[in-house]
Design a protein around this ligand. Structure first.
Ligand code: NDP
Ligand code: ZN
Length: 205
């Protein structure tokens, strides 16, 4: 067994996340159980990214618990430790903020993310963009799907250099998205023209 890898704790985290996300569903037509998402993120990081760092894998499994469920930081700290908690907090949005503002903050905060948080960000955006292509949220029109892919591309542009295999997988998805959603991604240099960019006159963060 790889010494950096404690399956007991990984399974503990899985049980913890299953219970926390119990009853929550994804936005696809079939309302898949929400837990499929964090598990898919961990799987992507492990299988494609070849990442076997226990803290990163556990944080991937837990990455949406604080954001989407009543999970507290203390619970994660006491069961999985300070290091895992720090990673989870780095990828947790402040849900008290308006959605477009949260989107913008993800873009501008990305360069400050730690290496573990960048890995999770890559896995998360890969899985969500794949979902947009294969099992999109019901009632999302073409424009909304295109805008989501553009936003994900903008965030990931800012964390390049973290894991080549994950980035290549993400880039393939972007090409697939351009073809199947019939649009061209805009370069990061035009990020200030996005719908989620702060309007002129509004103060920046
Ligand atoms: P949301 O942020 O509302 O939803 C996307 C998130 O939903 C993903 O990041 C993912 O988050 C989660 N998710 C759950 N199921 C799926 C799935 N099957 N496929 C992909 N993601 C899934 O979406 P938007 O980015 O569109 O919202 C941003 C803003 O745009 C909001 O203010 C919204 O109200 C507004 N808006 C935009 C419209 C448009 O046409 N562009 C139309 C109406 C509103 P996680 O990883 O956390 O699970
Ligand atoms: Zn997620």
């Amino acid at each position: 067994m790889n010494p950096s890898f404690n399956l007991d704790l990984i399974l503990d985290a899985t049980i913890f996340a299953v219970l926390k996300h119990h009853g929550l569903v994804r936005k696809d037509e079939n309302a898949s159980p929400y837990i499929t998402h964090p598990l898919a993120v961990a799987r992507e990081i492990y299988t494609t990214g070849q990442v076997n760092d226990q803290h990163i894998l556990i944080a991937a499994i837990l990455h949406d618990t604080i954001e989407d469920t009543p999970t507290t930081a203390d619970e994660i700290r006491s069961q999985f430790g300070e290091e895992v908690l720090a990673i989870v907090l780095e990828v947790t949005d402040d849900k008290s903020l308006e959605k477009q503002r949260r989107k913008w903050l993800q873009v501008i905060h990305a360069p400050q993310l730690s290496h573990p948080a960048r890995i999770i960000k890559l896995g998360d955006k890969i899985v969500n963009c794949r979902d947009i292509l294969n099992t999109p949220p019901k009632n999302w029109n073409l424009t909304r799907r295109q805008e989501y892919i553009q936003w994900a591309a903008d965030v990931i542009f800012q964390v390049r250099g973290a894991n080549t295999a994950l980035e290549n997988t993400f880039d393939s998805l972007l090409s697939e998205a351009e073809a199947s959603l019939n649009f061209h991604l805009r370069p990061f240099s035009s990020v200030h023209e996005r719908p989620y960019a702060p309007r002129e006159g509004k103060s920046s963060p």
